[in-house]
Write a protein of this length. Structure first.
Length: 203
């Protein structure tokens, strides 16, 4: 998993509440188990017209937001079903951080397990960052995970809270597999002893 330390980039404003996972990526895409290639399907129902062409009014179809790495949005983002594909689609587009007043619980967990930082902030602070994002490419936001601050284009710093365990995993690029492998020696010792006491478990 890619480490997340600091990120400075274009922030796309999506002033919508209750954006569910089906809106983030429709269920038809759940047939794949690949984590890559889902960027074009992100927000498919509202990003494209019925004929498949891009809707020029949708934010991610506009410059400079085609290169957005941060998404500023409304409360209850990621509600609905528990599909991990929603995170994969955001990541596939290039979004590495989402800022909102709150998130659906399962989406919140899925995001961190895939190296995406979700920042919860009071509505007033989200409103400020939404205004910054609406200014386009000349008003980039910075997110410093180590210091736990979002830095506005004018230099104002907005502090955010994050669970220490999740913070450590992001800073060090540790997904569930990498965390398990940190105990590789202990696991090997256990298996060695188990092979002696219960050898039938190993064929």
């Amino acid at each position: 998993m890619e480490k997340f330390t600091t990120l400075t980039g274009i922030a796309a404003p999506l002033p919508m509440i209750n954006v569910d996972t089906d809106k983030i990526i429709p269920a038809v895409w759940l047939k794949t188990i690949k984590r890559t290639g889902l960027g074009p399907a992100l927000f498919e129902a509202i990003r494209y017209k019925a004929d498949g062409s891009e809707d020029p009014d949708f934010v991610l179809n506009k410059e400079p937001y085609r290169k957005a790495e941060i998404l500023v949005t409304g409360k209850n983002f990621g509600c609905g079903s528990s599909r991990e594909h929603a995170v994969w689609a955001l990541d596939g587009f290039g979004i590495r951080c989402v800022i909102a007043p709150d998130f659906a619980d399962i989406f919140y967990t899925n995001a961190f397990k895939n190296g995406m930082l979700l920042v919860k902030l009071p509505q007033d602070d989200v409103d400020k960052l939404m205004e910054d994002a609406e200014k386009g490419g000349n008003a980039r936001l910075s997110v410093d995970l180590e210091r736990q601050v979002v830095i506005r284009p004018d230099g104002e710093e907005i502090a955010f809270d994050i669970d220490p365990f999740r913070k450590n995993c992001l800073l060090n690029g540790l997904d569930d597999i990498a965390l398990t492998l940190q105990k590789k020696a202990e696991i090997a010792d256990f298996e060695s002893g188990q092979k002696k006491t219960t050898p039938w478990l190993y064929g």
